[in-house]
Ligand binder design. Structure first.
Ligand code: NAG
Length: 485
């Protein structure tokens, strides 16, 4: 999972041994790094310290060869795998493709490969030739670190899991009513004061810019783009509590630790508000190598519509002036859209259609299908259910290109599954809500729509249990899946 475009089994086995080497047939430092990543992933369970080298020695059996091809037919993330008795050839046009192909190699090995201590196992891979590339260019997940704060180690673990299922975007919801989570040097009180709480009144927390850069680099090494979100003009109580001047009445609000939405707004009339937005976007753009900046824009119920429209239009210009491309929740379609702005469909089909009519592309995050904070059913111990109960079959069985009439594949950049964290307080909670639904989203984003069906998918999903267990993930063991006993 996600299912490759084509797999032809050839009925023999390749055996990985302590004498195997990883050869990089390319003078390319990124490819070498990808080779080293593979060696690092194979080491804990096998105990093998595989050499990663540029010297091509095709004679010895048991080796893995990584090569970059000038042929770009399979795109930036596409790859081919030729697995024979003697060797594995992984080829791609770009290092990103090699990286995706490595995840396939990992899944072809016995599940014990994901254990962190040496395992007694035969490290065999069934021989085959595989051609693979994604359906959608944008395949992401969002983590809300504002309602509850999650530290760098948790975010990295999340990124590793996205990488394992070939996803390529991680969206961080960095600010909300309950907390501001990213250091902004020109407005230090945002974190000094506004970072100090979370839902339920805990301590909260924030990332320093150095920590954020560390996360960005970690993601980049896995060919994952970080999208930072600063939600505005609503969902801004943490900022409003930190700076009196951002409020129309010049009075700072109180920190907030409840779960209501829609009650806060920046003062859209004041010049200082735009200075604030420019400073925040400027600092964030400077430490974000990816092309996107997410400006939120959802549920600004406390902002008059005649204030909302010019505000969001102006913020889009600010983002553009800092060299970034805007993403916003579907409400931003009401504003003047920059030519390359993207609307994220979450709840409102008319807004999303309006965005399309203005020439915008869409990220599909329908709440009733992709919101991983939704309960699986009425007995789920965590989560909400305002959009739906989302069992695994429902999470999997939908087509982004036909969900909303008149929004077709050409209008869609891809899909994203958000995890809002009002009810989620630790990594084990995250795992329970995200797994195994995330695998379905990964497959919707990567695999061909034709032939996708739950009955077939659930059998492959069942086989992932051993891997999730080896990775010590506390997944939801849905009764709909024939898990191996
Ligand atoms: C929505 C809110 C979000 C909240 C979530 C809970 C969006 C774009 N906005 O009401 O702040 O955490 O639902 O499911 O989703």
């Amino acid at each position: 999972i996600p299912k490759p475009v084509s797999v032809n089994s050839t009925g023999e086995v390749f055996v990985l041994a302590s004498t195997s080497n990883i050869y990089i047939a390319a003078e390319n430092s990124e490819a070498l790094k990808v080779g080293q990543y593979l060696a690092d992933k194979l080491k804990p369970a096998t105990g093998f310290a595989l050499a990663v080298t540029n010297n091509t020695d095709t004679a010895a059996p048991g080796n893995i060869h990584l090569s970059l091809l000038s042929d770009s037919t399979l795109g930036e993330e596409g790859y081919t795998l030729q697995i024979t008795k003697e060797k594995i050839n992984l080829s791609a046009h770009m290092p990103a493709g090699l990286f995706r192909g490595i995840q396939t190699i990992r899944q072809l090995l016995p599940a014990a490969i994901e254990q962190q201590t040496v395992q007694q196992s035969k490290w065999e891979i069934a021989t085959a030739s595989i051609t693979d590339y994604p359906t959608y260019a944008f395949r992401g997940s969002m983590l809300d670190v504002a309602r509850h704060f999650f530290g760098v180690a948790d975010v990295k673990k999340y990124i590793d899991l996205l990488a394992y299922y070939k996803m390529n975007v991680m969206h961080l919801h960095l600010s909300d009513d309950q907390g501001w989570r990213i250091e902004i040097k020109s407005w230090p009180n945002l974190t000094a004061h506004g970072g100090n709480t979370q839902v339920g009144g805990g301590n909260g927390g924030f990332y320093t810019q150095e920590q954020y850069k560390d996360i960005v680099q970690y993601a980049m090494d896995r060919y994952i783009t970080i999208i930072p979100e600063i939600d505005m003009p609503g969902h801004t109580n943490a900022a409003l509590a930190s700076y009196a001047e951002l409020n129309c009445n010049d009075t700072a609000t109180q920190l907030y630790s409840g779960i209501e939405v829609g009650f806060s707004t920046l003062c859209t009339q004041k010049d200082i508000t735009y200075k604030f937005v420019d400073d925040v976007i400027g600092e964030l753009a400077a430490i974000t190598p990816g092309p996107y900046l997410h400006i939120g824009g959802d549920e600004s119920h406390a902002t008059k519509i005649e204030d909302y429209i010019p505000f969001v239009s102006r913020v889009q210009e600010i983002v553009k002036a800092h060299g970034k491309q805007v993403i916003g929740w579907d409400e931003i379609a009401l504003s003047t859209m920059q030519p390359n702005s993207i609307a994220q469909y979450w709840a409102d089909a008319p807004n999303s259609k309006l965005a399309v009519s203005k020439g915008a592309k869409i990220i599909m995050s329908p709440a009733s299908k992709t919101y991983m904070d939704m309960q699986y059913d009425s007995t789920t111990r965590l989560g909400l259910h305002w959009a739906a109960y989302i069992e695994l079959d429902s999470a999997y069985s939908w087509n982004p290109a036909t969900l909303v009439d008149s929004i077709t594949k050409e209008n869609i950049v891809g899909i994203e599954a958000p995890l809002w964290t009002e009810t989620i307080t630790n990594m084990k909670h995250i795992e329970y809500m995200v797994f195994p639904r995330l695998l379905g989203y990964a497959e919707i984003g990567w695999s061909a729509q034709e032939g996708r069906n739950w009955e077939e998918y659930k059998l492959r999903l069942a086989k992932q249990a051993d891997r999730l267990k080896a990775m010590q993930i506390d997944y939801y063991p849905s009764a709909l899946v024939p898990w191996a006993k």
